[in-house]
Design a protein. Structure first.
Length: 174
């Protein structure tokens, strides 16, 4: 392989290894302005988009330990979206972009080392953001303790109500 291609494989491999989630999108018929808009939207998520040759992507993926991505049958024009802390946010940006552009399609994704189809990547975009999921989990973890405090408080309150009723009866009798 020529030195330029070897360097490209190395660069693509670095992108693959530095990211916990990868998305492959098709971009047939998109203009440079469309790509500029996509890249600016992805930058807000901490991601970046690179057009990569399919064969070199397969070689880089296999060398990076993602054999499933290396064996995936990727055809036609392909762009690699990598980076970003929240794969759900990146999936939402890509889904919204694909809705407005006929040529853009999510081919597949790799999230936490698992290969996902394009449909699964779009379904990933329907999940709430990471912060909302963390808040929901925290609420679930706090719920039993909160309920226990309410039960204990009710028992103490019932004793207070009984004593208060007894005092009221004593005052009326006196």
């Amino acid at each position: 392989m020529r030195a330029e291609k070897t360097q490209l494989v190395h660069d693509i491999g670095a992108l693959i290894q530095s990211s916990s989630s990868l998305f492959l999108i098709g971009f047939k018929g998109l203009t440079a302005a469309d790509f500029r808009n996509l890249r600016s939207a992805l930058t807000k998520c901490g991601s970046e988009c690179h057009v990569v040759p399919n064969r070199l992507l397969s070689i880089a993926a296999a060398a990076s330990g993602l054999a499933t991505l290396g064996q995936a049958d990727v055809k036609l024009d392909t762009a690699l979206v990598s980076g970003g802390v929240d794969p759900v946010g990146v999936a939402k940006v890509l889904r919204d972009f694909a809705k407005t552009r006929a040529g853009a399609v999510i081919k597949l994704a790799v999230v936490e080392g698992k290969l996902c189809t394009g449909a699964q990547a779009v379904a990933l975009a329907d999940l709430p953001p990471r912060e909302v999921l963390q808040a929901q989990l925290l609420g679930l973890l706090q719920a039993p303790a909160s309920q226990m405090v309410q039960v204990l408080n009710a028992k103490v309150a019932s004793v207070v109500f009984v004593l208060n009723a007894y005092l009221c009866q004593k005052e009326k009798a006196a």
